[in-house]
Design a protein around this ligand. Structure first.
Ligand code: SAH
Length: 250
């Protein structure tokens, strides 16, 4: 098979936060596959590049389409936001590969890393991910709410900083409130909570509050929520988590 497939992430939004390797992979591609708004972020699409935009919900179908295009000899780029491996298309491509035509496994398939939302969000406020942290998606499209609750409780028990992806959508307005209720029962009320909207773009907005006061209605689909560990603290206008478990290094 002569075609190839690369899975890329456009970063959190600003063109400078897209890696040079991603720019190069996009420039080489004959065919770009992705959710429409992510494809719109690709700078200067050339006339000889074919754009295959799709709805956000049909990831597996989109991945199969991309693999079939590569198998027919195209140089395909599958485009996600942020990093393509974080709650995004890279895993969908490998799921489609596992289920699909065995010949697809001989294709030249690569993944280019990108700047994921939690890194851009952390950078907006200081260094809240300075100690051990975890990332949990609150979307229950692909997993049950029971599993999400179990992971939130385990993360609270282990005192991880918790980055919450997909905190809310029109179809799921109540999940973040339920997550906060669960965490309030397990963590101190003064734990810092950060709502970072449109991180890494010119429209970035930060709301810094505490777990006791956090209002789930502040979050939307473009928001990343960070819930601190017991050591996460404020210094001036920044929030950070010390590297040491005892708090600030002496
Ligand atoms: N692959 C993406 C994440 C896809 S899940 C990445 O690595 O960033 C989509 C979720 O990511 C959104 O609901 C939101 O929680 C978060 N997100 C994506 N871009 C963001 C941004 N610029 N600012 C804050 N959160 C963002």
């Amino acid at each position: 098979m002569s075609g190839s497939l690369v899975v890329v992430g456009t970063g959190p939004g600003k063109a400078e936060l897209m890696t040079p390797a991603t720019h190069a992979a996009l420039a080489r591609a004959t065919d770009l596959v992705g959710y429409g708004p992510y494809l719109d972020r690709v700078p200067a699409l050339r006339g000889d590049q074919c754009r295959h935009a799709s709805d956000n919900r049909v990831e597996l179908e989109r991945a199969r389409h991309a693999l079939a295009l590569a198998a027919s000899g195209k140089t395909v780029a599958v485009v996600s936001g942020g990093d393509p491996g974080v709650f995004a298309m890279a895993a969908a491509v490998f799921e489609a590969l596992e289920q699909g035509d065995p010949a697809w496994r001989t294709l030249d398939i690569r993944v280019e890393p990108g700047v994921t939302a939690m890194l851009a969000a952390a950078a907006e406020v200081g260094a809240p991910l300075g100690g051990d942290f975890c990332a949990i998606s609150l979307s229950d499209n692909l997993k049950s709410w029971t599993v999400i609750e179990r992971r939130l409780a385990a993360a609270a028990d282990a005192d991880f900083v918790i980055a919450l992806y997909n905190p809310a959508s029109k179809a799921r307005p109540h999940q973040l409130a339920r997550a906060f209720d669960l965490l309030r029962a397990l963590k101190a009320g003064e734990t810092p909570v950060l709502f970072v909207r449109a991180a890494g773009t010119d429209e970035a907005e930060v709301v810094a509050t505490t777990l006791a006061a956090a209002d789930a209605a502040v979050a939307d689909m473009r928001t990343l929520v960070i819930v601190g560990a017991s050591t996460t603290r404020q210094v001036g206008r920044w929030v950070y988590t010390p590297r040491s478990e005892r708090g600030a290094a002496s």
